[in-house]
Design a binder for this molecule. Sequence first.
Ligand code: IMP
Ligand code: MG
Length: 189
Amino acid sequence: MKLSTDKHKVLYSEKKIKARVKELAEQISKDYEGKKPYMIVVLKGAVIFASDLLRALTIPCEIDFIGISSYGQGSRSTGIVRITKDLDESIESKHVLVVEDIVDSGQTLNYLLNTLRQRRPASIKVVSFLDRPDRREVDVCIDYTGFNIPDAFVLGYGMDYRELYRRVPYVFVLEHLPNGDDLLLKSMQ
Ligand code: IMP
Ligand code: MG
C-alpha cells in the first residue's frame, strides 16, 4: 500500500519493521532458550506485531489474548483502565511475555502488570513494538523495545484512530487527525 500525500508521513517502513522484528525475535529466542514463553497479546493494537514476532521466534511459544481499555474514543490516555477480555488459561508458573503495540503514559501496562503479577507467573517480561517515553506518567519496565518514538500520534501496523488504519502495513503519522470527508485517507482505512 502506497499513498503519496503530504498529510501523512511514513515513520517506519515495512522493510524497517520486518528487520527490527527479526532482531527482537532473535534476542527473545536466545533469552528464553529451554523455556516456553506464554505470550500475552494486548488487544487489539498488538495483534499484527505479535503475529509477526511469533512467526520469527525460533523457540516454542504459547499465545493468549487480553483486552484492556484505557483510551475510550480519544487519542490521549484517560487513566481509566479495565479488562474487557480476560485470558483463557491460568498463568501460574508460566514465563509470561506481554506483547504491546505502544507504551505511552504507561497506565495500561502498569495496571496490566499489577493484575498479572497477582496470578503468580514464574516470570514476567514485556516486549513493546513502540515506546514513547516523553509522555510517561508511571514508571514501567519494558524489556524489549522495537523503536523509541517522538511525541506524535502514530497509526498503522495494528495501531488505530477510532478503529481505523490498523491494516496499514507501515507506521505513519498524520498531520491532522482525519475527519469524515477526507477521501484520500479513506482509502487507507
Ligand atoms: P498508555 O496507557 O497511555 O500507555 O496507552 C497505551 C495504549 O494506548 C496502547 O497500547 C495503544 O493501544 C494506545 N495508544 C497510545 N499511543 C497511541 C498512538 O500513538 N497511536 C495509536 N494508539 C496509541
Ligand atoms: Mg494497546
